[in-house]
Write a protein that binds this ligand. Sequence first.
Ligand code: C2E
Ligand code: CA
Ligand code: CA
Ligand code: CA
Length: 279
Amino acid sequence: EKENGEGMYTLQHEDFTMKALKRLEFEHDLRKAVEQDEFELFYQPQYDIQNNKLVGVEALIRWFHPKHGMVSPAEFIPLAEETGLIVPIGEWVLRTACLQNKAWQTAGYEKLSVSVNLSLRQFQKHSLIGDIVKILKETGLDPSYLELEITESMAMDNVERVINKLNELKDLGIQISMDDFGTGYSSLQYLRKLPLHKLKIDQSFIRGINEDHDNAAIVTTIIAMANHLRMEVVAEGVETIQDLQFLLQQNCQHAQGYYFSKPLPAGQFERILLKKEPL
Ligand code: C2E
Ligand code: CA
Ligand code: CA
Ligand code: CA
């Protein structure tokens, strides 16, 4: 301890200070990003693989930092969540996704549903329902073309409250899906009570599904269970033709992943909207 203790301490201390400073700068930049419109939504297609049809699109946020370039949401969403900045950001995402989807519909493209990821704070906000109703009104998007993605950890809060909130959304005609399904700790008993339309099987189970027998068994089981509970299934992270073939054989209805397309800026996504037969 004595030999290298002090040195270590200094190092760790500096490291800690650097991290704290970086974080502070990052938070400052994120605050500015909200005001200066540095966000953009990218769109990733979702397919009905059994019928070879484009059915939906997931909106995924990107931050174009003036100095550091594109920052991944995996990096800034947690900070946005901690600082509360997720509230204005999340509202911007909802409004932008609804506006864009309405614009595509008005332009005459076949109607799709747009999925928006909700954060914990957004989901817990008392005004959530009112905010969404307002955005739907302002943008003119029919609620049946909006889908909200929640995660198991969000649904763990207070059972009654979560069920009530989801039912209110459902009554508006909005679809609800459980994102990253299989990675959380919620019991099936609990899940069964939630008014969900879809389970999105987490990509960690899909990758290399042909070689990994455990993953294959898990995915097969989730699909069977969802069928029983009359929920739809979306397989996420489909990267290869082998992944797709496995899912087709298992009667999985929907899929999303790099095999079809990476998330794209709205302008480029329109090329996908023009393709009638994706597979
Ligand atoms: P997610 O909701 O699970 O989104 C799927 C992520 O997987 C996206 O990463 C997508 O680009 C990526 N992905 C899609 N297909 C494939 C594939 O075949 N292979 C691989 N390796 N990856 C694939 P992205 O866009 O970086 O987003 C990361 C996470 O950040 C999202 O995970 C979501 O939790 C969060 N996020 C993104 N946009 C928003 C947003 O607008 N609001 C909130 N609250 N969270 C968001
Ligand atoms: Ca998602
Ligand atoms: Ca996911
Ligand atoms: Ca996720």
